[in-house]
Each structure stands twice: as C-alpha cells, then as structure tokens.
Design a protein around this ligand. Structure first.
Ligand code: PRT
Ligand code: ZN
Length: 294
C-alpha cells in the first residue's frame, strides 16, 4: 500500500545533492529511476525519494508531505523560526555540508565589533536567523533581505555588512569582506515529521536511521593492523585513535613479536602513523571499513 511507504525529501541538485544520495547508497539503498524524476522508488526498503529544492524540504516535512528530509541546518533553522506551527524535528546530525552563517564587514571599515552593528544595514538571505542574533545581542539594526549575491551589497553601498553562508571564506576574501562572528554553525541534518507515524513507518525510519548511523561511523573509522615487539605494545596501543580493546596475536616463529589489529573510530592521519612507527610499530596497514553495526 502506498501509505505504508516512507517519503524522504532530498535536494534535487546543488551542494547537498550528491552527499545526500551517497549516504542513501552507503545504506544499501538504490533508486529505481533516474534522478530526473521527481519521485523515485527505493528498491530495498519501502522508501520513496522526493527530489526538490532545499528551501522546500523543512516545510514538506513539517506539513507531513514527507516523513523525512535531509537539509542544511541553516535552511532548517531559518524556516523553523519563520513558520508558525513548524513541526519538523532533528533526528540526526549527518556531518557533511559543513558551513556557517556569519556576519562579515568590509575589511578596514568602520564596523569593528558586534556592538558596532547597531544602526547598520545588513544584507542577508536569512532574515529570521539574523534577527534572532540581533535579539540575543540586544542590538537594533536594519535587515536588507536579498535572494542571492549578498556579498556584493557592501560594494554597491546598499548595506554596511552581510550575514551570509561561509565555507572556505574565499567568497568573502574576493569581495574584501572580513568575517566577524558566527551566527550559526551548520551541517546536514536528517529531519523528521513531528507527529507520530504508524508503527510500520516508524519501524522503517528506525531501520534507516540505524543504517545511516552505521554508514557515518564506518566512514570515520579505519581498521588498523601493525606489528610490534611485546615491550612496545603499551605505548603503541595508547597511540591508536579511538580504538577499543585491540586484538593482539603472536606472530609465528617469533616469541616476542605481535600483530595488533584494532578498529579506530577516529581518522587515522599520516602523523599518527609516523608516531606509531617512532614508537616501534612496523608493517602498519590502515584499511577502510565499509559497514558497521552493533
Ligand atoms: O537549488 P536549491 O535551492 O536546492 O539550492 P541552493 O542554491 O539554495 O543551495 P546550495 O546547493 O548552494 O547549498 C545547499 C546547502 O549547502 C546550503 O543550504 C548549506 O547548508 C550548504 N553549504 C555548504 C553551502 C556552502 N557550503 C557554501 N559555500 N551553501 C552555500 N555556500 C555558498 C555561500 O552562499 C557563498 O556564496 O558559497 C559561498 C561561500 O563559499 P566560500 O567557500 O567561498 O566561503
Ligand atoms: Zn535553496
């Protein structure tokens, strides 16, 4: 029955589209139709994917058109603050599409602190988040709402500052703007409808959530293998990032040489490998983990 299928809203194209779809793929879910379709069926679980603009996702989930959605925290919070009776909640933080909503001012200009924004005109596509920021700081300023190209507003002399999304900072630098303070740190969120769903749907959501958590954990985790002399083991084990009780196996034909196998739940950097080597480890192998559960 169609009513028993979960509907999840994802961005159709844009900065979040590939990572959102890849997450589903890493959960073992594949779409039956091409991405050009608006509504795609997942074969492996009773889930349909609705491909839309990211701005529509919070309200689609809040109103129950979709049960789940993947959207940037910036868009979610802006819509939450702006819609009365908003009823979508955060189910999981997904870690990708990291960026921040920040206030930036002309480099070398007269605004040098948050307090100095008092009386200024600030261009933004996030009027609700910006106004909440002003209220938190007890500042009165004018909001100039724009739909895009916010970063050019100070140069056009239509605003004194901007409140815009920053990732690398290259756009601000290219426009002679200096980042002053963060309004909101943002990442991709899995959001869900605020109302309780039929038990069959809740069960599908729980299965999907468990797979997503497993996929995200596996992405950060590595399987590490190395060889070391017995007396070096304590120091080496201490260096393994986020490892829980490693497996230690004797190496054939050598009384005090051992193999250490461990799942590291944090990234393993070249620096860590160098430290392991310096502590006496040899034959160090770091392997990706595809899936994780339990
Ligand atoms: O078409 P649709 O409405 O679906 O997409 P969109 O154009 O509104 O959004 P899109 O695809 O650009 O971004 C989707 C989401 O990705 C955003 O809502 C953020 O949560 C997240 N994200 C991550 C970013 C960025 N990084 C980012 N760099 N969103 C926008 N930018 C823009 C920003 O607006 C600014 O113009 O990139 C510029 C700044 O980047 P840097 O690297 O120069 O600092
Ligand atoms: Zn958008």
């Amino acid at each position: 029955m169609p009513g028993e299928r979960i509907r999840i809203a994802l961005q159709k194209s844009g900065r979040m589209a590939d990572d959102s779809l890849n997450l589903l793929k890493n959960c073992g879910l594949h779409m039956a139709r091409s991405r050009e379709e608006l509504l795609c069926r997942i074969k492996e679980l009773p889930i349909d994917v609705l491909l839309v603009r990211d701005d529509d996702i919070p309200n689609f989930v809040s109103s129950g058109i979709c049960d789940l959605g993947i959207v940037g925290e910036n868009v979610y919070e802006e819509m939450r603050l702006g819609s009365e009776g908003f009823a979508a909640t955060i189910l999981e933080r997904l870690g990708f599409s990291q960026c921040r909503l920040a206030i930036a001012v002309p480099d070398g200009g007269k605004i040098g602190s948050v307090e100095a924004l008092a009386g200024a005109t600030v261009a933004t596509t996030y009027p609700n988040l910006f106004q909440a920021f002003l209220r938190r700081h007890g500042i009165a300023a004018t909001t100039l709402e724009m739909t895009g190209s916010v970063e050019v507003a100070p140069r056009l002399k239509i605003a004194d500052a901007v409140c815009d999304i920053v990732a690398s900072g290259a756009t601000l630098a290219a426009n002679n703007l200096r980042e002053m303070t963060t309004v909101l740190a943002s990442e991709a969120l899995l959001i869900r409808s605020g109302k309780a769903l039929p038990p069959e749907k809740e069960a599908v959501i729980n299965r999907l959530l468990a797979r997503m958590r497993g996929a995200l954990r596996a992405e950060d985790s590595k399987y590490i293998m190395l060889h070391a002399d017995k007396d070096k083991l304590p120091a080496i084990i201490k260096l393994l990032p986020g490892a829980e009780s490693p497996t230690i196996l004797p190496l054939q034909g050598s009384a005090d040489k051992f193999a250490v196998h461990a799942v590291c739940r944090e990234s393993v950097f070249w620096e860590t490998m160098e430290q392991l080597q310096a502590a006496g480890a040899s034959s160090i192998l770091v392997l990706p983990i595809e899936k994780m559960m339990g």
